[in-house]
Design a protein around this ligand. Sequence first.
Ligand code: AMP
Length: 282
Amino acid sequence: MEIIKQIPEIRAALRLLRADFKSISLIPTMGALHRGHLELIRQAKAESDVVVVSIYVNPTQFNNPLDLEKYPRDLPSDLKLLESEGVDFVFVPDDKIMYPSPMSIAFTFFGLDEILEGAYRPGHFNGVAVVVSKLFHIIAPDLAYFGQKDLQQVSVVRQLVRDLNFDVKIIVVPTVREADGLALSSRNQRLNPNQREQAPILYSSLIFAKTELLRGVPWFEVHEIVKANFKTASAVDLEYLQLVDVEGFVLAKERDPKIKQALCIAAYLGDVRLIDNLMLTD
Ligand code: AMP
């Protein structure tokens, strides 16, 4: 496994492999790796010749400075994990390499970045789009792997690829969960025992809401019940629970069995913000 920090170096290494007709996959991460990340890596290994994992805590996608400061970082343990997974390259740039000067362009997604994560984390998707574009230009992967855990991010990345003609296939991997349903996230490390115990309410609320919607209960009523239920979890503050049409990623007012819909949720446990989502049908 090669660990590379500099852009020209990783470009040179990949250029040789590409000339040899090797397919290259990229898994962008912010490190503090867990089984969710490993699932993306395993799928990439099975589907491509060369696997590149990037580890970079991208400051431009953090709207909250405290979240950026407290974001878990553990490069030595990440590298050990990646080595044992048989990853070929780890790209670990720093801020000077990724942002030698302040960005002079910004992305707007006309709607997509105005709801849910876009609304509650202003500038977040601009930061995501900037760093993903940079990584796609640097690595030029044939395949790039993203988790369904960040469903809205998947829509943003797909839009980016379509609008800017990136020559990359986007592959989405289902959310990996703990036994009690909590979606794995690097931020889970920051939960205290009481918060950790109450955190599965995000997933159980999604399951409850899905069941109710599928048996015909109106969305407004389901939403009210879930909101009331959150009041019983003292360590968890619901930020939003919304029904969305996955195509185009717009808020939905009601269940529509003819289209692909999902439930998206965000909540605070102390200063730790967690998100999750669930498709209404497969
Ligand atoms: P992050 O390091 O949190 O930026 O995540 C890197 C990639 O891993 C993103 O595409 C995430 O959606 C994905 N990911 C994070 N958590 C999970 C999970 N529990 N299951 C599947 N994919 C995940």
